[in-house]
Write a protein that binds this ligand. Structure first.
Ligand code: NAP
Ligand code: ZN
Ligand code: ZN
Length: 358
């Protein structure tokens, strides 16, 4: 795409934070966005969550980075302009945009409200087929199809992370049938995705065990997020106590880790669902799956219709992410902290109050 600079490609001036190379260090950038088309919604960004995918992406851990890269796909704010054909929202409404801003609208997946699996799905930032810039920026413009309307009185800051972290765990919980009251489901990795998974599962009446490398997260997992029990994955005796006890597991881990000890926790017919995106391939021997007819599956975010359903469900059950609200200038420190395992919530950038032209 284009020989023009990000600043001059489009008519509307914008301000953001971008990574320029694989160091992943973010700094202010002047860029531009398109004018509001007939079906477009333009909004002022107030908050944007910091997903571990942003970190993988800016550091080129998935080997697909295009720079300058303006990350962010948990974006919320207030509508400032709508195109003439827009029906979903009006100026002043609270809205969100998650991980997608485009799809073909005509394939089987689009027809089934599974735009995330459309071969022409366009990612909110760092898309492979066109230049897209994410939510670490002062405003957004997106086709109304990809706009999530905000439930009345639902918090924007604590709700923002649900646009990726929330739907990424909600969709597989539903699709793989791990949503039945009385079931026992494990959640591996108590980070941004993991703690939201615990909250959704508890709201559905499911018994939840957190499986974590961080013993110090136990107290909060149980007392704050409502988990029923906690296993330290590096403690063999604790893991042994859980063998054969779970109907399913949602694995949110962002780094290389063994799957066999997790498969052992499943009952016969149990399902291990991988949603994390580590860079190294998993090791997956056959026999732990054969004995017990166990299954390993994956899942990518969720469609727009299901994202809207998820956010309504969250509002109804008072589910928000636990957040640490940060100024944009703190983003590089936040990324450093996210690279370790000590964060058991979501960083959310206070874009509205802290992203200002120099
Ligand atoms: P996060 O907040 O950093 O949480 C990841 C958690 O994984 C950590 O808190 C830690 O939990 C655990 N962990 C980290 N390193 C580990 C290691 N070496 N061994 C075992 N456990 C480890 O990240 P996030 O934002 O929740 O994202 C998690 C992953 O999901 C990322 O890879 C991200 O790219 C991916 N993702 C996928 C989708 C999708 O559509 N499938 C959507 C969003 C994100 P403990 O301290 O409890 O062990
Ligand atoms: Zn994400
Ligand atoms: Zn399609």
């Amino acid at each position: 795409m284009g020989s023009k600079s990000p600043e001059t490609e489009h008519p509307v001036k914008a301000l953001g934070y971008a990574a320029r190379d694989t160091s992943g260090v973010l700094s202010p950038i002047n860029f531009s966005r398109r004018e509001t088309g007939d079906e477009d919604v333009r909004f002022k960004v107030l908050y944007c969550g910091v997903c571990h995918s942003d970190l993988h992406s800016v550091r080129n851990e998935w080997h697909n980075a295009k720079y300058p890269m303006i990350p962010g796909h948990e974006i919320v704010g207030v509508v400032t302009e709508v195109g003439s054909k827009v029906k979903k929202v009006k100026v002043g409404d609270k809205v969100g945009v998650g991980c997608m801003v485009g799809c073909c609208h005509s394939c089987d997946q689009c027809g089934a409200d599974q735009e995330q699996y459309c071969p022409k799905m366009v990612q909110t930032y760092n898309d492979s087929s066109m230049v897209t810039y994410g939510g670490y920026s002062d405003h957004m413009v997106a086709n109304e199809h990809f706009i999530v309307t905000w439930p009345k009185d639902y918090p924007l800051d604590g709700g923002a992370p649900l646009l990726c972290a929330g739907i990424t765990v909600y969709s597989p919980i539903r699709y793989y049938g791990l949503d039945k009251p009385g079931m026992h489901v494990g959640v591996v990795g108590l980070g941004g995705l993991g703690h939201v998974a615990v909250k959704f599962l508890k709201a559905l009446g499911v018994k939840v065990t957190v499986i974590s490398t961080s013993p110090e997260k136990k107290e909060e997992a149980i007392n704050t997020f409502g988990a029923d029990s906690f296993l330290v994955s590096r403690d063999q005796a604790q893991m042994q106590s859980g063998v054969g006890s779970m109907d399913g597991i949602i694995d949110t881990v962002s780094a290389d880790h063994p799957l066999v000890p997790l498969i052992a926790l499943l009952k016969p017919n149990g399902k291990l669902v991988l949603v994390g995106g580590p860079t190294k391939p998993y090791e997956l021997p056959a026999f732990p799956l054969l004995f017990g007819r166990k299954m390993v599956g994956g899942s990518l975010i969720g469609g727009i219709k299901e994202t809207q359903e998820m956010i309504e469900f969250a509002a109804k059950h008072n589910i928000t992410a636990a957040i640490e609200l940060i100024p944009i200038e703190y983003i590089n420190t936040a990324m450093e902290r996210l690279a370790k395992t000590d964060v058991r919530y979501r960083f959310v950038i206070d874009i509205g109050n802290t992203l200002k032209a120099a």
